[in-house]
Design a binder for this molecule. Structure first.
Ligand code: ZN
Length: 105
């Protein structure tokens, strides 16, 4: 179901760190307004990042340097996350609202 071999989805990260998107945002692969991002800091500056599109199902998961303005949420159960964003997709409205709130701070 998910496709994780298209690096174009990672353009979402570059747009995230300059705060240029609000979510859901335009997917760099299919052009629909259906792309999301979720991140969680696990150690000082490093953390896990997921980027995915609900429409074309391209996704990416990896370790990144987390911006210092990012604050972790308390509504995502990290034990339920996996490389592919099935669990996060089900929480996307909560996630989008949370991310947008941080970006607008
Ligand atoms: Zn897409």
């Amino acid at each position: 179901m998910w496709k994780d071999d298209n690096d174009d989805i990672e353009k979402l990260w570059h747009r995230f760190i300059i705060k240029s998107d609000r979510y859901p945002c335009i997917c760099p692969v299919c052009g629909n307004i259906s792309a999301h991002i979720y991140l969680h800091r696990y150690k000082e500056s490093k953390g896990s990042v997921w980027m995915w599109c609900s429409k074309c199902k391209n996704c990416s998961h990896g370790t990144m340097i987390i911006p210092n303005w990012w604050n972790d949420d308390n509504f995502i159960d990290l034990d339920k996350t996996a490389s592919h964003p099935d669990y996060l997709e089900n929480k996307k409205i909560l996630i989008d609202n949370y991310v947008n709130k941080i970006l607008d701070n």
